[in-house]
Design a protein around this ligand. Structure first.
Ligand code: XYL
Length: 438
């Protein structure tokens, strides 16, 4: 019989109105309930991340491990990796989440050579496939860890040494094979060290071109092996680098368009990264969505008062409502989802804290979804915004929209119509109406 890692924790039930003392049941997330023609499970497409929840130790730059997980105790790294995988699948099924995400090196330890790393990965993904088939849990996305090993200290695809870039290429080739084997629905590139600490030693133009060509090779290999997943780039402005090329949604969209890669990629937006870039929580989700580039969301939050990547569980209903409003307006996230790239605090040392954190965040998003549905169904904000832009629905405004007017015609319009009248932006009214739905 397999070890039970979370003994005493049953499958998390849906118990509406269970009260404030009950944190191990969903009070808002009812997976099968249909809202706007789709089940909550399909709108939300929750996913658990492997690295924080099963590899995280609680260590920080000032202190050692605080989280001692039973699945990380074993005679060899491969033995631990197998225990970790069983623990992870027990967690996914008890939580009732259908997706997970992982880096190649979270699931399987790096070997002394590329061949050994790949054979570890083969063994581990054989087991993962068995567990996926047994439980029905699927891979939302796979990614390659191209930032932790010391060989990548000066970057991977933007490394000044082509030998390192080649290593990264070999690793991504295997990562794509793994994605195919496990039926991953997406593949993420997060350029952890694709950037620079000092502009003095950096040829920015060369590095960007190398990175674009690296992505082109990945696209080509994906097509060659018939891998049907969505490629995603995850923006982040800094940390570990002082400056990262994938700074924010608009930087990545500009990069993709410049190198004609935009039809092959979408974005995986992590709100903690968005706030690190100096934007509001929902900013990059909205910007990516407006350009048809929002592929998936790494649902977490930072502490703006701290200002670094704290990867906390998203618990703020205002934020989840904003995100879900955008998700509904674009017709959903599929094949992407809401991945909890979040870790329990190093002081949250009980095993049950992992469940409490995920249940709390899933309920926060379920409430966000329910609120966003009401906002959209009632249409009050939508009609206020529509009214605000009404001047573009006819006459000269319509011509601006069509691109069929000119500066000369705009001048004639002003000569005939004089000064525009002062119109209130009504920010407080919008905020008040929005709060009505929380
Ligand atoms: C770290 C990033 C990564 C990516 C995957 O800040 O969020 O965890 O999500 O490499």
């Amino acid at each position: 019989m397999e070890t039970e890692f979370f003994a005493g924790i049953p499958k998390i039930p849906y118990v509406p109105n269970a009260g404030a003392r009950n944190v191990l049941c969903f009070q808002h997330y009812n997976a099968e309930e249909v809202l706007l023609g789709r089940s909550m499970e399909d709108w939300l497409r929750f996913s658990v991340c492997y690295w924080h929840s099963f590899c995280g130790t609680g260590a920080d730059p000032f202190g050692f491990q605080t989280l001692h997980r039973p699945w990380n105790e074993g005679a060899t790294p491969m033995e631990c990796a197998k225990k970790r995988l069983h623990a992870a699948f027990e967690f996914f099924t008890k939580l009732g989440v259908k997706y997970y995400t992982f880096h190649d090196r979270d699931m399987s330890p790096e070997g002394r050579t590329l061949e050994e790393s790949n054979s570890n990965l083969d063994e581990m993904t054989d087991l993962a496939l068995q567990l996926q088939n047994r439980t029905g849990v699927k891979v939302l996305w796979v990614t390659c860890n191209l930032f932790a090993h010391s060989r990548y200290m000066n970057g991977a695809a933007t490394n000044p040494d082509c030998h390192v870039l080649a290593y990264a290429g070999a690793q991504v080739k295997k990562g794509l094979d793994v994605a195919k084997k496990l039926g991953a629905e997406n593949f993420v590139f997060w350029g952890g060290r694709e950037g620079f600490y000092s502009i003095h030693n950096t040829d920015v133009g060369a590095e960007l071109k190398h990175m674009a060509n690296f992505f082109k090779m990945a696209v080509k290999y994906k097509e060659k092996i018939g891998l049907k997943c969505q490629f995603l780039i995850e923006p982040k402005p800094k940390e570990p680098c002082k400056h990262q090329y994938d700074y924010d949604a608009m930087s990545v969209i500009g990069f993709l368009k410049h190198y004609e890669l935009d039809s092959h990629f979408k974005l995986n937006i992590e709100p903690n990264h968005t706030t690190l870039a100096g934007h509001s929580y929902e900013h990059d989700v909205i910007m990516a969505s407006v350009f048809g580039m929002l592929g998936s969301v790494d649902s977490n939050t930072g502490s703006p008062d701290l200002g670094w990547d704290t990867d906390q569980f998203p618990m703020d209903i205002r934020n989840t409502t904003m995100i879900m409003k955008t998700v509904i307006e674009q017709g959903g996230l599929q094949p992407g989802g809401l991945n909890f790239d979040a870790k329990v605090r190093r002081e949250s040392t009980d095993l049950e804290d992992l469940f409490i954190a995920h249940v709390g965040a899933m309920d926060a998003f379920a409430r966000g979804l329910r609120n966003a549905v009401r906002i959209i169904e009632e249409g009050v904000i939508t009609s206020m915004v529509k009214e605000r832009y009404m001047s573009f629905s006819h006459g000269i405004g319509q011509k601006v929209v069509d691109g069929s007017t000119s500066l000369e015609e705009l001048e004639d319009f002003v000569k005939q119509n004089g000064e525009p009248k002062v119109t209130s932006g009504k920010q407080e009214k919008y905020e008040t109406v929005f709060n009505h739905y929380l």
